[in-house]
Design a protein around this ligand. Structure first.
Ligand code: SAM
Length: 306
């Protein structure tokens, strides 16, 4: 396989073409073929407002066909409906569903959230995973969300309100500057990233260059180190990106581990075994392969040991 072969297939940024070829060898071409123009609409049933059985009945009533997945009862795929059609449904305006990619539903499932626990979503907008964590706990966690971008922060707040999330403190600031006085039992860091797992080839080619990715990895590393400082001893951190580049994923986790005071908890095989995956260079982390159904995604679990 040559770079020109990959580049000819679609407007994949040359930086990414080269990085995939270097990291994955012959598999790179298949990965590139997994960036489709469109994926079917997928949604998460918002169990703060309804339940999967009622939602299936409502979709059937609306004449919308859905498919289920073995790894998550609240996830539905709509093979025929467009997003526009779904957005016109009353159940959408009522916040009973959240349109979310399947891969993006995975990180929150890596936590075991119990009543009363204090959870930080460190880079939270537009809020899909915050809402999912609230729903997974039956609305029983004490949630703090942080988002730096003012426009995205407003969208985050309106999404949380629409979806019925209560007990939430919303902070509009750079998460690297959060007060070290805070302590949380669980932190989700869904880090700003290159989006190398989620290219949509029908759009404009993405800007993706070595310098930019290096700057991102510096931010990701600062954010993950901050997350570890804010975690209570024994607390869990999930680090996630929608990238499939090692420098934004395994290397950032390695940097966190090298600081000591934390350990890697393997992603349970019961979950990863049901997903399309890519090889990882750090055993126990999860890299989801871009396919016709899944976006490329990465997730790792860390526990603070002291
Ligand atoms: N978790 C979100 C969800 O599921 O809806 C998606 C998060 S998105 C991948 C990353 C977010 O981090 C963006 O909204 C971005 O504006 C925000 N962000 C980037 N740098 C940040 C920082 N230093 N502190 C806080 N938020 C930041």
């Amino acid at each position: 396989m040559t770079d020109s072969h990959l580049a000819a297939a679609a407007p994949i940024p040359p930086y990414l073409t080269a990085a995939l070829a270097q990291r994955f060898g012959p598999l790179a071409e298949e990965i590139a073929g997994g960036y489709p123009e469109r994926r079917p609409v997928s949604l998460r049933v918002n169990t703060l407002k309804t339940d999967a059985a009622s939602m299936k009945a409502a979709l059937t009533e609306a004449g919308i066909r859905f498919e289920t997945l073995p790894w998550y009862a609240d996830a539905l795929v709509l093979p025929e409906a467009g997003e526009g059609e779904v957005r016109t449904l009353p159940l959408y305006s009522a916040g009973e569903i959240y349109l979310q990619s399947l891969s993006a539903m995975v990180p929150a499932l890596l936590f075991d959230l119990k009543r009363g626990e204090s959870v930080l979503d460190m880079a939270a907008a537009p809020g899909g995973k915050s809402i999912q964590m609230a729903a997974l706990s039956g609305g029983q966690i004490s949630l703090t969300v942080c988002e730096r971008d003012p426009i995205r922060f407003d969208r985050l707040k309106s999404n949380l309100a629409l979806q019925g999330v209560r007990n939430v403190t919303a902070l509009r600031q750079d998460a690297r500057e959060l007060d070290d006085f805070f302590r949380f039992s669980h932190i989700l860091l869904d880090a700003p990233c290159s989006g190398s797992g989620t290219l949509l080839l029908s759009g404009k080619p993405r800007r993706m260059e070595a310098d930019w990715v290096r700057r991102l990895t510096r931010t990701q590393t600062a954010l993950i180190r901050k997350a570890l400082r804010l975690l209570s001893p024994g607390g869990d951190l999930v680090y996630a990106t929608c990238s499939i580049l090692e420098e934004e994923n395994e290397n950032v986790v390695r940097a966190a581990l090298s600081g000591g005071g934390c350990e890697l908890l393997p992603v349970p095989e019961a979950l990863s075994g049901q997903l399309p995956t890519l090889p990882v260079s750090l055993e126990g982390t999860l890299c989801i392969r871009p396919t016709a159904l899944y976006e490329g995604f990465f997730a790792a679990r860390l526990r603070k040991t002291k």
